[in-house]
Design a protein. Structure first.
Lengths: 403, 245
C-alpha cells in the first residue's frame, strides 16, 4: 500500500468524525496559543517598564542636597556645578546642568495655569534629561548668560493655555515677569503619578532672577559621555564634591555624613533589569505550567481518540491490514491534528498579540512559538502513536473485544 | 482431488492458568473441501466461536496445527498473517463490524486497499460485490443509515470482495430479524451455488438446515458430523430465490 494511499486513509479517518477532529485541534490550538500569548504579554509588560525607565535617561546622575533647609556651606551652588565640569578631574563628564525648580503660575491672556515644576537650567539639560524639543527651539547658552526671559513649555501647559493657538513667540507672565515662548517640548510618557508634560523650562539665570532667587540649586544633572561610564562619573563627581564641601564645611563637625545624595539612573536600570529577569523567570514558570496543562489536554484527547478506535483497529486487522499500515495511518492522523492545531494556535496567538491585553501590548517571543509548537506536536505524536501501536500489536480478536 | 481449503488437526485452546483454566477446545480435527458449505452448531460455551476465531486467523490455538489452503498458519509472521487474512479469508461477524461513519462502498473497498488494488479497480470490484448482495443502490450510505440486514449484507460483500478461498461467518444472522436473516442466507446459498467455500456458525436449526454439512460441537469436541447434501451440487436453498418472502 503506497504512502499516498495511507495519507488518504488518514484524511478519511479525520473527516469521518469531524467534531472529534475539530475538538482535538481546538485543544491543541488553545494550548499553543495560551503559551505564546502568556509569554508575549509578560514580555510586553517587561518591555514597557524598561522603555519608561530608559525615557528618564540612563547615562546621567543627579546630585541632590540632603539638607533641605540648606545652610550655605552644604548647599549646592553653581560654583560646584562649574567645578564638576572639569576635564581633568572629571574626564568622563559630558555636560553639567545646574537645576532650580519651583512651582509657578503661568498666565496668558487672562488664563492661569500652575505648573508643578518650572525648571531653570542650562541648554545642556535638554539632551541630558532626555527631554527633546518638539516644535520651536530651545534656549541657547547666550540666552542663559544674558538672563533672557524665554521659556520652553510642556505639552500639558500648551493645551491649557493655548488651545488651538500656536504658542511660539507668544508672551506669558510668570511671577510678574514676561517670558517669550520659544519652543514646545515633545510629548513625554509619564513615569508615575505626576504628569511629565506639565512643565516649563527656562534659562537658569532668568528663573533665579524672577522666581527662586540666588539661593541653593535643587539639583545638578551630570551627563556621562557613555552609559557605561556612569559609575566612573559618579565617583569623579563625589571626589570633587567631597573636596569642595570639606574646604567650605570642614570647620563644622555636624557634617560627618555626606551632605549630598547622588541618584544614578543606571542603578535604576539595573534594578529594572533585575525586575525584568524575575519577571521572565515567573513567566517561564507560567509558560511551563500552561504547556504542561496544554500537553495533558492533548495527551488526554489523543488517548481517548485512539483508545475509542481500538475496535476499528481490530476490524482493520481482521480485514488484513498489516501493523505498519495501521500505525502509519494513526501517526499521520495524529501529525495532521497536532500540526494543523498547532499552526492555527500560532495564528491565533499572532492575531491576539495585535490587541492590547489588560493594558499591555504583547510582544511575541519567537522562541516561545517554537517551544509551544514543538512540545505540542511531540506530545500529540507520542500519545497518538503510543496507543495506536499498542492496539496495532494486539491480536485482532483482542482488539475487537475491546470495550 | 485438490488439497482441502481448511485442515485442522487436534486443535486445543486453553484460557487462563491454574484452577481457572478453561478448555475451550479439546482437540478438534476438521477438514473442509473446496466448495463445501459447512454449518457448525453448538450451545453457548461449546467453543464454536473460539474455533471460528482460530479458523479466521484472528486468534492462535494453544496446541494443534492449522493449514489454510495448504499453508501452515501457525508458522506465519505478523505481516504474512495479515496477508493471509486479506487474501484467503473473508470474515463475517455477528456484530457486522463495519467501520462507522464510512460509506458502504468504502467499507467494501477496505480489504482491496490493503491488498494494494488501484483505486479505480477497487471501486469497480466493490460495486460489483455490493451488487451481488443486492445493495448497489445503497453504496453511498453510511452504516447508521442502513438496517441490520443491509449492514450484514455490506459485511458479506466486504468479505467476498477479495474472492477469498474461505468465507467464515460467525453467527451472521444472530442479530437479525427473520426477514433480514432470509436475505443474508439467500446470499450465502447463492455464493455456495457459485462454488464458494463457506463455514458458518449458528445456533438456529433453520440456518443450519440449508448447509451441505452440519457439525455439532459440545464442550470443545465434535460430536456429530453429518453430510446433508452432496458437495458438488448447489445447496437446498439456492433455488428459493433471494427475495422469495
Amino acid at each position: 500500500m503506497s504512502f499516498k494511499e495511507v495519507i488518504r486513509f488518514a484524511l478519511r479517518g479525520l473527516s469521518a468524525n469531524k467534531l472529534r477532529s475539530a475538538l482535538t485541534m481546538l485543544g491543541i490550538l488553545i494550548g499553543v496559543a495560551a503559551v505564546i500569548l502568556l509569554v508575549a504579554v509578560g514580555n510586553g509588560s517587561a518591555k514597557a517598564i524598561s522603555d519608561r525607565i530608559e525615557a528618564l535617561g540612563t547615562n546621567t546622575i543627579t546630585v541632590m542636597s540632603t539638607n533641605r533647609g540648606g545652610s550655605a556651606s552644604t548647599a549646592l551652588t553653581t560654583e560646584m556645578a562649574d567645578a564638576i565640569n572639569d576635564p581633568t578631574m572629571a574626564p568622563d563628564v559630558k555636560s553639567v546642568s545646574p537645576v532650580v525648580s519651583s512651582s509657578a503660575t503661568i498666565t496668558y491672556e487672562g488664563t492661569d495655569h500652575s505648573v508643578n515644576s518650572f525648571v531653570g537650567t542650562t541648554p545642556g539639560w535638554f539632551t541630558a534629561s532626555n527631554t527633546p524639543i518638539g516644535t520651536g527651539t530651545g534656549f541657547t547658552a547666550d540666552d542663559e548668560a544674558q538672563g533672557r526671559r524665554v521659556v520652553v513649555l510642556g505639552q500639558t501647559v500648551v493645551e491649557e493655555l493655548f488651545p488651538g493657538v500656536d504658542p511660539i513667540d507668544k508672551q506669558v507672565t510668570v511671577g510678574g515677569a514676561l517670558f517669550t515662548v520659544v519652543g514646545v517640548l515633545k510629548e513625554k510618557s509619564s513615569t508615575g503619578f505626576q504628569d511629565a508634560n506639565d512643565t516649563a523650562v527656562a534659562p537658569l539665570s532668568a528663573v533665579r532672577q524672577v522666581l527662586t532667587g540666588y539661593g541653593a540649586l535643587n539639583s545638578i544633572l551630570v551627563e556621562a559621555k557613555d552609559p557605561n561610564k556612569v559609575d566612573t562619573v559618579e565617583s569623579e563627581v563625589s571626589t570633587i564634591l567631597d573636596q569642595r564641601l570639606t574646604t567650605t564645611a570642614s570647620s563644622k563637625s555636624s557634617t560627618s555624613s555626606t551632605p549630598y545624595r547622588i541618584q544614578n539612573a543606571s542603578q535604576l536600570l539595573e534594578t529594572q533589569t533585575a525586575t525584568a529577569d524575575t519577571f521572565t523567570t515567573l513567566l517561564g514558570a507560567v509558560a511551563a505550567i500552561s504547556l504542561l496543562v496544554g500537553g495533558i489536554g492533548i495527551t488526554n484527547i489523543m488517548l481517548v481518540t485512539v483508545t475509542e478506535r481500538t475496535r476499528e483497529i481490530g476490524i482493520r486487522k481482521a480485514l488484513g491490514a498489516p501493523r505498519r499500515v495501521i500505525l502509519n495511518q494513526f501517526l499521520i492522523e495524529a501529525t495532521l491534528l497536532s500540526v494543523i492545531g498547532g499552526v492555527l494556535g500560532v495564528a491565533a496567538a499572532l492575531i491576539g498579540s495585535s490587541f492590547e491585553i489588560v493594558g499591555v501590548k504583547p510582544v511575541i517571543v519567537p522562541s516561545s512559538i517554537g517551544l509551544a509548537l514543538g512540545v505540542s506536536i511531540a506530545i500529540g505524536l507520542f500519545f497518538g502513536g503510543l496507543p495506536a501501536s499498542r492496539a496495532a500489536r494486539l491480536r485482532p480478536i483482542d482488539a475487537l473485544r475491546y470495550e | 482431488m485438490s488439497k482441502p481449503v481448511l485442515e485442522v488437526r487436534d486443535l486445543k485452546k486453553i484460557y487462563g492458568e491454574g484452577e481457572a483454566t478453561v478448555h475451550a477446545l479439546r482437540g478438534v480435527s476438521l477438514t473442509v473441501e473446496r466448495g463445501d458449505y459447512v454449518a457448525i452448531m453448538g450451545s453457548s460455551g461449546s467453543g464454536k466461536s473460539t474455533l471460528m476465531n482460530i479458523l479466521g486467523a484472528l486468534d492462535v490455538p494453544t496446541f494443534g496445527s492449522y493449514h489454510l489452503d495448504g499453508v501452515d498458519v501457525s508458522k506465519l509472521a505478523d505481516r504474512q498473517l495479515a496477508l493471509a487474512r486479506n487474501r484467503l479469508i473473508g470474515f463475517i461477524f455477528q456484530a457486522f463490524n463495519l467501520i462507522p461513519r464510512t460509506s458502504a462502498v468504502a467499507n467494501v473497498e477496505l480489504p482491496l486497499a490493503y491488498a494494494g488494488v488501484k483505486p479505480k479497480e477497487r471501486r469497480r470490484r466493490a460495486l460489483a460485490a455490493l451488487d451481488v448482495v443486492g445493495l448497489a443502490d445503497r453504496a453511498k450510505h453510511e452504516p447508521n443509515q442502513l438496517s441490520g440486514g443491509q449492514q450484514q449484507r455490506v459485511a458479506v460483500a466486504r468479505a467476498l470482495v477479495t474472492e477469498p478461498a474461505l468465507l467464515l461467518a460467525d453467527e451472521p444472522t444472530g442479530n437479525l430479524d427473520s426477514h433480514s436473516t432470509a436475505d443474508v442466507l439467500s446470499v450465502f446459498d447463492q455464493l455456495s451455488g457459485a462454488g464458494r467455500t463457506i463455514v458458518i456458525i449458528t445456533h438456529e436449526p433453520e440456518v443450519a438446515a440449508r448447509a451441505k454439512r452440519l457439525i455439532r460441537l459440545v464442550d470443545g469436541q465434535i460430536v456429530e458430523d453429518n453430510r446433508q447434501s452432496p458437495l458438488h451440487l448447489p445447496p437446498v436453498g439456492a433455488f428459493a430465490g433471494r427475495h422469495s418472502t
